[in-house]
Write a protein that binds this ligand. Sequence first.
Ligand code: ZN
Length: 310
Amino acid sequence: MRQIWIAFVLLALSLISTAPARAQNKIEVVASFTILADLVRNVAGDRAQITTLIGPGGDAHVYTPSPADAKRIAAAKLVIVNGLGFEGWLPRLVKSSGSKATVIEASRGIKPLEAADSDHDHKDHNHGKAHTHDAPFDPHAWQSVANVKVYVGNIRDALAAADPDGAALYAANAADYLGKLDALDGEIRAAIAKIPAQRRKVISTHDAFSYFADAYGIAFIAPQGVSTDAEASARAVARIIKQIKAEAIPAVFIETITDPRLMRRIAAETGAKIGGALYSDSLTDENGEAPTYIAMVRHNIKALTSALGN
Ligand SMILES: [Zn+2]
């Protein structure tokens, strides 16, 4: 009887001691936007409690942090941001929150490209007003898979430094995910290799694909005379038609032309294909077509190759 009691007490003690320990082991991590949060999730697994400041469809460039964000930052042990001027609002937020979190820039160590001069707009955040990046570099480095491998290494190292007990797990998860990224990079290259070289160009209002263009050899040519913050006029469309013909551009990804008649006119007069949506700065929610980084890249590749292949 006594032995049973001892066993019971020992069991109870072990339950008491492991439950809080497990909760304590969860490291509080804040990621600035959805793409980073997905990378952190792949490296940290269940060991981190991940909070994303800017959710699906949000625009980090023009974000205004809320008091709730300050609370999230204050509670975090680790804050992971893109850097390269993407989150210009962040330093003030960290300061005002009084947070003691370590802040790391996931892009540290990549070779940055210079920022484009033009304004910048995306399908998933038509912010209604033109804006330029205030930093000299283009922040959209995640559009190259090789860069994302650098991000993953930085995230792994930051997690291990903040939570040394999890270091082995982070290393194993990162190695696994890096393998998936290598496969993804191969997929992109194989898909683009099937497109005839002279067809590897699109007209696009996206300024977010310089790293993609640089890594994979698809040119993103800005349409002439199309403002990013207003519906394109019939005159602007006439100029685009001229440009497509002159430069023999096979496909058009202009999401700011929302009038289907104008897009049909471009297609009819030039023979160019009208491409679907490209995701640049944000993932979709779980039910969307780009809920993870890998799904986002695959979606974009499919949109590009189906418009450019013949
Ligand atoms: Zn952007």
